[in-house]
Design a protein around this ligand. Structure first.
Ligand SMILES: [Zn+2]
Length: 237
């Protein structure tokens, strides 16, 4: 099923998680696509890196806490930071695919979409020796072409169940925590960003400050934080 088709082309990128609260839309999106796992775990995912200016700080914090995460990377960023990409994998984190560039795939045709995903998947696999298993499209917007390309490339489409809205200039560690708190439950998938966009170039600093507090909150709730690969996805989803 195509999330993009269900939601329509006019939906803005980050409206998607909110819309997942609407029953008919939630029903149209399988739990596999939102990354729902078992009750004792929570998956931690980061989008838009790797960025040499910010990603190493996230990896450092995660490593110091003994927590592994999944990084949905852009191929164009990976190509510019091969050593950083390798170090993320060497630290035990999982690499996943966010596309080659941060284009809205709803605006791309089947050939361009496949080429984008294939190029990014290849560079990640060649550099790290780890073949990405999961795919999350830029802006969380799936097109039917993207779903088809993902299937051909043996990639599992995944979105998220809660997010920190950490991409705006107004973002603070408190706003991120406030956004996430209601969703920090067993089986959830957290979306944060380890690299900021041009709209809010310093937003990642708030995400970084919020990270230890997010991990503490998960620990307080008895949740084991880890990468998506450790999430137990429903077999029939
Ligand atoms: Zn993104």
């Amino acid at each position: 099923m195509a999330l993009g088709a269900a939601l329509g082309a006019g939906v803005t990128a980050h409206a998607v998680p909110g819309l997942l609260g609407i029953p008919w839309i939630r029903a149209a999106v399988s739990s596999r696509m939102t990354g729902v796992g078992d009750g004792g775990r929570i998956a931690l995912t980061f989008d838009d890196g790797p960025n040499p200016a910010s990603t190493p700080r996230f990896v450092e914090t995660l490593n110091a806490s003994g927590v592994r995460a999944t990084f949905f990377m852009l191929g164009c960023m990976v190509a510019r930071a091969p050593a950083l990409t390798r170090s993320i994998v060497e630290s035990g984190h999982e690499v996943a695919l966010h596309g080659w560039s941060h284009h809205n795939l709803m605006l791309r045709g089947p050939r361009a979409t496949y080429a984008d995903l294939n190029r990014a998947r290849s560079v990640l696999a060649e550099l790290t020796g780890q073949v990405p298993r999961f795919f999350r499209p830029p802006h969380g917007l799936f097109s039917s072409s993207a779903l088809l390309a993902a299937r051909r490339l043996d990639l599992t489409p995944v979105l998220w169940t809660c997010f920190g809205q950490d991409w705006t200039p107004q973002t603070t560690p408190e706003s991120i925590l406030g956004r996430l708190r209601p969703g920090l439950n067993g089986g959830a998938t957290i979306l944060l960003h380890d690299s900021a966009g041009s709209r809010a170039p310093d937003a990642w600093k708030s995400t970084l400050d919020a990270l230890p507090r997010v991990l503490d909150e998960c620990a307080r709730r008895g949740l084991r934080v880890g990468p998506l690969r450790d999430h137990v996805l429903p077999a029939n989803a």
